[in-house]
Design a protein. Structure first.
Length: 140
């Protein structure tokens, strides 16, 4: 298996809490940034999704904090889709320090919402494959 998609992020001072480490809610922003970056890299824009009447939704998120992150640290946020049967999929992500240490692991359950019917698309894997110019980034 190849390395998962990743994006670099620098921890900004205003994202830290009173202890000086990255605020817990910001990890969700980093994860979301990596997911949207993967979509763009695969050739899918927000406008493309809206034009085809679908949008990604997060149904569940779990974060395991492993090591603190401090202002100024450079990290990589990974993103890998895992496909199964049915209307949902998993996204596994890691926030890694420059030395490779895992600062956090994020697992999300997602789906693709039909914006008119307000229901999950039956085959999100197939829809992403149709929309993407580089479906390999989704593991397809």
């Amino acid at each position: 298996m190849s390395e998962p998609f990743s994006v670099p992020v620098t921890v900004r001072g205003y994202e830290t809490d009173v202890q000086g480490h990255l605020n817990q809610a910001v990890y969700l922003n980093y994860a979301e940034h990596a997911r949207w970056s993967l979509l763009r890299a695969a050739g899918i824009s927000q406008a493309d999704l809206i034009a085809t009447g679908v949008g990604p939704v997060t149904l569940e998120t779990t974060i395991s904090y492993r090591r603190e992150l401090l202002a100024g640290e450079e990290v990589e946020v990974t993103c890998a889709f895992e496909w199964g049967e049915g209307k949902t999929f998993r996204i596994r992500q890691a926030v890694r320090k420059a030395d490779g240490t895992v600062a956090a692991e994020i697992t999300a359950v997602g789906g693709l919402l039909d914006l008119k019917a307000r229901r999950l698309v039956a085959d999100p894997q197939g829809r992403f494959k149709e929309l993407a110019s580089d479906p390999a980034l989704f593991g397809l």
